[in-house]
Write a protein that binds this ligand. Structure first.
Ligand SMILES: [Zn+2]
Length: 282
């Protein structure tokens, strides 16, 4: 398999109740990072996985009903936290980014996408169509804020569903097939439905850090996957499909048992946050 180089970033965080994300946890306010990734392909392409929060979150949530989102999950993000600012410190300007892979359309993954105005966005067409069809109330309930979508998004979007698939069973036992995003097997997108409509994660092999599976919001934490701990029943009201969520969580738990060398990265995991060099202290 072609190896890539990758780096994780935290672009802001939100606060929520820990017990909502894992049954048995205390009813205490917990911080949840918005983790995104840079993937450097050997061809020289710079690719992002999700974009985290950006300061515009505060602007787009000033009006109702989107205000509810900011009330229920207060967000902290500074100009320095924004993904494009952190990439600049690493020598990458927005125009150096080639592609953004968007796992799903929730505001904490989509938040910084307007900071990369010329990129191709790989996203699920089915998820996009479903998000577009939501009423404002439904949108806020499912974590989607339409104003975060750039005006020319449709022209720049590469539908995931049009990309050829390959088997992934050998790398990820329990998962059947994935989309070969760049046609060379270097980055494979794997369906992870349940949390959001047609959500997906990506699997790749990092030249330095080994096998990595960015699992987006299929689980809230690495610990939840290790211990196969499901969220509170209250959290399920925001999911696209609770059944799919539980099924995917079971598969991820199985994967950690059968192939512990694959590092799973949930987007909001505090353990991973601690590992990330440039993260703010907890
Ligand atoms: Zn989400």
């Amino acid at each position: 398999m072609i190896t890539v180089r990758s780096k994780l970033y935290v672009a802001g965080f939100c606060k929520n109740i820990g017990a909502l994300t894992m049954r048995g946890e205390p009813w205490a306010v917990t911080k949840f990072p918005a983790i995104c990734a840079l993937i450097q392909h050997p061809s020289g392409r710079n690719i992002l996985f999700d974009t985290g929060y950006a300061k515009r979150f505060h602007t787009v949530t000033q009006k109702l009903p989107y205000k509810f989102y900011a009330w229920f999950t207060p967000v902290t993000v500074t100009a320095e936290d924004e993904l494009h600012s952190q990439l600049l410190l690493d020598g990458l300007r927005p125009q150096d980014i080639d592609t953004v892979i968007l796992s799903h359309f929730h505001a904490d993954h989509l938040g910084g996408i307007k900071d990369f105005p010329d990129v191709t966005v790989i996203a699920s067409q089915k998820a996009f169509d479903a998000a577009q069809a939501l009423s404002p109330i439904q949108a806020v309930k499912t974590g989607f804020i339409p104003d975060l979508i750039p005006g020319d998004f449709k022209n720049r979007m590469m539908p995931l569903e049009k990309i050829p698939t390959v088997p992934v069973l050998d790398y990820l036992p329990g998962f059947q097939s994935g989309w070969d995003l760049f046609g060379d097997g270097s980055v494979l997108a794997v369906p992870l439905p349940g949390h959001a409509k047609d959500q997906f994660g990506i699997y790749f092999q990092d030249a330095q850090h080994g096998e990595i599976f960015l699992v987006a919001d299929a689980a809230w934490s690495s610990r939840a996957i290790r211990e196969n701990r499901l969220p509170s029943s209250l959290a399920y009201s925001a999911f696209d499909s609770g059944q799919d969520y539980d099924r995917v969580m079971g598969k991820l738990h199985h994967l950690t048992k059968t192939r512990p060398e694959v590092k799973l990265v949930p987007s909001h995991c505090s353990e991973i946050w601690k590992e990330i060099d440039n993260a703010r202290p907890l």
